[in-house]
Design a protein around this ligand. Structure first.
Ligand SMILES: C[S@@+](CC[C@H](N)C(=O)[O-])C[C@H]1O[C@@H](n2cnc3c(N)ncnc32)[C@H](O)[C@@H]1O
Length: 257
């Protein structure tokens, strides 16, 4: 086994207060901490926990292809691991939820013979379940990255809840200052209209990012979604439409009829 190691941790969505005990310990004990904490407060707090903290935020360049940014981040993490010592890569939310660089850095570190692990964190979806008060026991929940959902025409059931991540970035491959792509949103609404009525109430959700702040839940009719207040961290929650019917044959097989 090579000498360096990599631990990827999540810091939660709500600044400082949602980090797990094990993630905090990994940060404190690391020989080098790398972060892409987009929030300056979070970056400052990480630096207080561990003075070796280096922010990779400068790798985000306006107008650059997002994939190239993610590749550069992965490279920087691996470079640090190869130098030896315990490297901790700290990301907001859950570090394994929609984060290309964390999975890729782990995969490549292991290939190169380094010890590498991921610790879970509190994701935006975890906050959503709490703030919206939704329990997937009532019909389940489908969760997709919005571009992936559209491009691959993912098969889904409108009678179960639907969560679309990054829906404000539909059709946007570059890192921009724009809060959302108007064209992409229109395409998304037109597509969803095939499955839901125009007045179906959907929720534009934003989890609170600071301890005393409140989450934002804006319910709008689906057709009015482009007029809602959107940000780069908005997530779309589409409540179920229609009622599923129990399959009598399955009930019989299960002995539940
Ligand atoms: C690159 S992903 C990162 C997700 C993150 N790793 C997590 O565990 O939540 C960015 C997307 O996460 C969602 N997101 C991030 N912060 C959020 C927040 N404060 N409230 C709601 N959704 C959020 C949005 O859908 C956003 O487009």
């Amino acid at each position: 086994m090579a000498t360096g190691s990599l631990t990827v941790v999540g810091t939660g969505i709500r600044c400082v207060s949602q980090i797990t005990f094990e993630a905090r310990t990994a940060i404190e004990q690391a020989d080098k901490v790398l972060t892409i904490a987009l929030d300056p407060l979070m970056a400052r707090w990480l630096t207080q926990l561990n003075p070796t903290t280096e922010s990779l935020h400068a790798l985000y360049r306006l107008g650059m292809d997002r994939q190239l940014i993610y590749d550069a981040i992965t490279e920087r993490v691996l470079e640090a691991v190869r130098q030896g010592g315990r490297v901790c890569f700290a990301l907001y939310g859950h570090p394994g939820v929609l984060v290309y660089s964390s999975h890729e850095a782990l995969r490549r570190a292991r290939l190169e013979g380094f010890e590498a692990r991921m610790l879970p964190g509190i994701s935006a979806e975890d906050c959503l379940f709490a703030d919206i008060g939704f329990d997937l026991a009532g019909g389940g929940c489908q969760s997709f990255e919005a571009n992936d959902f559209l491009i691959y025409r993912r098969v889904f059931d409108p009678r179960s809840a639907l969560i679309l991540w990054q829906f404000t970035l539909v059709g946007e491959a570059l890192y921009t200052r724009e809060m959302h792509s108007a064209r992409g949103l229109r395409v998304l609404v037109d597509y969803l209209r095939r499955y839901y009525p125009a007045d179906h109430s959907v929720c534009v959700y934003e989890a609170a990012q600071y301890p005393l702040a409140e989450p934002t839940l804006e319910y709008v009719p689906l057709s009015q979604l482009p007029k809602a207040r959107l940000s780069a961290v908005s997530t779309l929650f589409v409540p179920p439409h229609g009622v599923a019917e129990a399959d009598p044959e399955m009930l019989r097989v299960l002995g539940l009829s």
